[in-house]
Structure formats: C-alpha cells, structure tokens
Design a protein around this ligand. Sequence first.
Ligand code: FES
Length: 252
Amino acid sequence: MIDRPDVIVVARSAIAAAPIAEMQALCDALANSGVAAHTSFAFTEQGEPALRECLSERIDAGAGRIVLVPLLVPREPSFANWIAKALARWRAGDERAWPPVLLAPPPMALPGAGDLLARAVAATHDWPQPPEPVLKAEGSIVPAQKHRMLVCHGAPCTAAGAALVWGHLRNEQARQSLRTVGEGMMSAKSTCLGPCSLAPVVQVWPAGTTYGGVDEAGIDAIIRDHILSGQVAEAYAYPADGRKQRLRKGSA
Ligand code: FES
C-alpha cells in the first residue's frame, strides 16, 4: 500500500536499554495498527539513532512519504520552527531526492488524550517500595578531563536548534570516546552564555572560546580542531573583543 507513510516516532533522549525498549514497543504497537508502511523511532537529543540518521535510512529505503510523530510533552513553542530549519539544512546538504517529510500534531494534543490519561489512572498500581539507599563508601573521582564543552540551552539557542547540537555532540562523544582520548573532554548544557545573536552558542573551556551558529558540522569541526588538535575552529569562532557581533554569512 503506497499511500501509507513511513512513520518516525520522535522522542527527546534515551541511552539506557529500558527506554529504548519502550520506544520499540511503541513502534510495534503503531505497526500493528496498520497506519504505517514502516515504523521506527529517533531522538532529537542524545540517543541513537539520531533523527537525521533515521531520516537518511528511510530515504535510502525509498520511503514515499515520511511522517514525524513528536512525543515531546510538553512541546516547546519553537519546536516546529527549529525542526523545519534543521530539515531544510539537512536537505540542502543532501544530493538525494527527499520524499515529503511531514510533522504530525503531538498525540497528547489530540481528542482522546484525556481517555488515554484516564486509562493510565485506572491502571495505576501501588507504587513499588523503593530500595534502601546504598551509600557509596568508596567516594567519587574528581574528573581530570581538560576540556569542558558547554552547549547553551537558553531560549534563543533552544529556538535555533540547540537540542540537535547537543544530541550530535553527545553521540559523537560516545562514538569517539572523547572522555578518554587525548586530554579528555566532558560536556554540559548551560543557561544563557551571553551572545544570543550568535545562537546556537557553544563554549569550550578552559580556553573560554565562544563558537556561534553551531550546527552538526560545527560540532565536528570543534571536536576535530579544538578538542583533538588544540586549535581554534576558526570558521565558527567569535572573539571576546568587547564589540557587538552578528552571525557571519553562511552560518547555520
Ligand atoms: S540563549 Fe544562548 S547565548 Fe543567550
């Protein structure tokens, strides 16, 4: 049936086996409903597959139409905008012909969501007894990694797609073992870092280098040049020179 779309159920983040199994179970349930030609799941932040990878796989598979179903509750007001911008950027850098990619409304905004929540209430069991807390007598090691990469999640950076930047960084950090390679790197989300006009903004410490207009290619450049080679990734860097700056042309 060619009129059924390929459906990608989109969630924010998952790295443990249990939530990934939960996503697979949701996809299986959707597949059983018969509305989709193919079902899969993807993440906008940390977790594999990333949305871009999942889309690429469905395009390679010859999908005639792709529908994204966002499971982000509550959905950020800017979500549809930054997803649309990311899709446009990914499509512009891809030589393949893309099928239409559509965004479904959030399921919890649809009629019937109240019934679903009511069924959850009716199915509630007693809360399981939490285990006794185990105090770790051995303590913790203070991290020795030299570099800290901060990914701004203030409102302007979030609206510019910081979630995708963060997700790509975390996935690359895991793939390239960046915590232990070279001088080591850790990462964290931050509140506003200051230069909102340069969103999405990333800073790398201890150098304190500010990068702006960062997309997936920007993260790749910062990892390659700054983290692994100790050089500033010039194409994305903005100097702390005390003057107002705007994104250069060609930035994300
Ligand atoms: S919100 Fe990111 S720099 Fe202000």
